[in-house]
Design a protein around this ligand. Structure first.
Ligand code: NAD
Length: 488
């Protein structure tokens, strides 16, 4: 099983492993120790990777679709054989619980297979024509797609970011997060190399946080780049989308969230508290769709709160090298500061911590806050930590208003015995996704995943990814039907 820095071979550009004179420290957030030394690339390497991806594009786009599918299917098989290497890296480099690593490593091959399946999908439509033309809509690959991925689910979010784009015939330059450069990037280089990806079709470049805007700007502004796939925070996503817009490039940006779980008075309490605990505390709340607001009908509020606290109190916090620690560290000191600030701000303004609240090193205990008011940062801003606020409501309309009281709109959950009522409510929630009798945390490789409002623009998954990562063209064949004005 992979456990040391010796696995870092360099950046993966043009099918070669390229070392760099500069490196940066890849930290194990549980211990603060250096897990790996990673190449700290810059503009030059980014240009090289883009140029090599551009050179590889025509042949990849022209390859028979079955051949592209075969490579993606092979990638799924290679991943499965090496799946425990990913888990080791996700635990050590990403600070994730072992069970989260197992879930993620099981999911990624499904992304590759769902992308391979899309190679067999329709790539266009026939339209009627006023003039009897053969009128076709064709979806064609764009060219080089830049993929920028986050650290929290480095396997799923990186694979989702590029696999469908590759299936559609685009070539890729991937930049993983500086917090998970191996599990979210260089490891994919190894997998795709072994799967037989032609040289230059898939490239991975890495850099430190200090050089990220240099690399990121080139990845968006370079004229050879035709599309951008970004998953990360809303502030950075806004900048990326603005830059892409200025260059009239297509960008799919999947951003932050402030999701609710709405618990109605007829809810199954076991299901509700489990959905709240899983949704709020899985991976220390560092999931874009984490439950950050638990909205509970006032008639069951005391009972719900007691049972939710009892359930969450059982979760152990500590170094994820110990598999019994379900709550690991936050990824970096910036995240710890943000979460600590939100807890302190809330407590200073009158909120009550009915569970947790303790912060040490990079660890934050599962924390449940009540008496939260809209003037508190924890109500307005994404927390991205193991902190849930529990708020009572009286009517469905009030629950909907509390859910919608945010700039974000990613996902939501509703727990009730009444599906019709939930469906009615779901239509009024300003979110891209909603799950009845489940937590807001849900994903499958073939579904339209994405948010509304400040949670993003564009969809990932299945045929929606294919729309995101292709250009639509209109082609006609005139068969002598369209008359021109005689004056011409
Ligand atoms: P982040 O925005 O700090 O970083 C995301 C990626 O952007 C990283 O690769 C980072 O290196 C890169 N980056 C940072 N600054 C950049 C710049 N100036 N130019 C180009 N690239 C730059 O986010 P994060 O901390 O890695 O991830 C957490 C955030 O991501 C949370 O807000 C979370 O909600 C969001 N997220 C969203 C989804 C989704 O699908 N909607 C999924 C996971 C995470």
């Amino acid at each position: 099983m992979l456990d040391s820095t010796s696995h870092i071979k360099g950046m993966f550009i043009g099918g070669e492993w390229i070392t760099s004179a500069r490196t940066f420290d890849d930290i194990n957030p549980s211990t603060g120790s250096v897990w790996a030394q990673v190449p700290d690339g810059g503009r030059v390497e980014t240009r090289d990777a883009i140029a090599t991806a551009q050179a590889a594009f025509p042949a990849w786009a022209a390859l028979h679709f079955q051949e592209r599918a075969k490579i993606l299917l092979k990638a799924a098989d290679v991943w499965e054989r090496r799946k425990m290497d990913f888990v080791a890296a996700a635990v050590a480099e990403g600070g994730g619980w072992f069970g989260k690593g197992m879930f993620e490593t099981g999911y990624v091959p499904e992304v590759f297979r769902a992308a391979a399946a899309m190679c067999y999908n329709s790539i266009g439509e026939m339209l009627p024509s006023q003039h009897g033309k053969v009128s076709m809509v064709e979806r064609v690959p764009m060219g080089v797609v830049s993929v920028i991925s986050p650290w929290n689910m480095p396997g799923i979010l990186t694979s989702r970011g590029f696999a469908f784009a590759l299936a559609a015939g685009n070539t890729i330059v991937l930049k993983p997060s500086e917090d998970t450069p191996y599990s979210g990037g260089l490891y994919f280089g190894e997998i795709m190399e072994e799967a037989g990806i032609p040289k230059g079709v898939f490239n991975v470049i890495t850099c430190s946080r200090e050089r990220v805007s240099e690399m990121g700007d080139e990845m968006v502004e370079n004229p050879l780049v035709k599309g951008v796939s970004f998953t990360g925070s809303t502030p950075v996503g806004r900048q990326i989308a603005a830059k892409a817009g200025a260059h009239l490039k297509k960008a799919c940006v999947e951003l932050g969230g402030k999701d609710s779980l709405i618990v109605l008075e007829d809810a199954d309490m076991e299901r509700a508290t489990q959905a709240a605990s899983f949704g709020s505390f899985m991976h220390q709340g560092q999931i874009c769709m984490s439950v950050e607001k638990v909205l509970v009908h006032e008639s069951i509020y005391p009972d719900f709160l007691r049972q939710f606290v009892a359930r969450a109190a059982k979760l152990k916090t500590g170094d994820t090298a110990d598999q019994s620690n379900v709550i690991g560290p936050l990824i970096n000191d910036r995240q710890v500061e943000r979460v600590k600030f939100q807890i302190e701000d809330a407590l200073s303004k009158g909120a009550k911590a009915v569970l947790g609240g303790r912060v040490w090193d990079r660890f934050v205990e599962p924390t449940i806050l009540t008496n939260v008011t809209p003037d508190m940062a924890v109500w307005q801003d994404e927390t991205f930590g193991p902190v849930a606020v529990v708020v009572p409501f009286k009517t469905d309309a009030e629950a909907i208003a509390l859910n919608n009281d945010t700039e974000y709109g990613l996902s939501a959950g509703i727990i009730t015995a009444d599906e019709n009522r939930a469906l009615e409510m779901s239509r009024k929630l300003e979110t891209g996704m909603c799950h009845v009798n489940c937590s807001s945390v849900n994903d499958e490789p073939h579904v339209p995943f994405g948010g509304s409002k400040a949670s993003g623009v564009g969809k990932h998954g299945g045929k929606w990814s294919m729309e995101t990562f292709t250009e639509t063209r209109w082609i006609t064949l005139d068969r002598g039907g369209r008359p021109f004005p005689p004056v011409f």
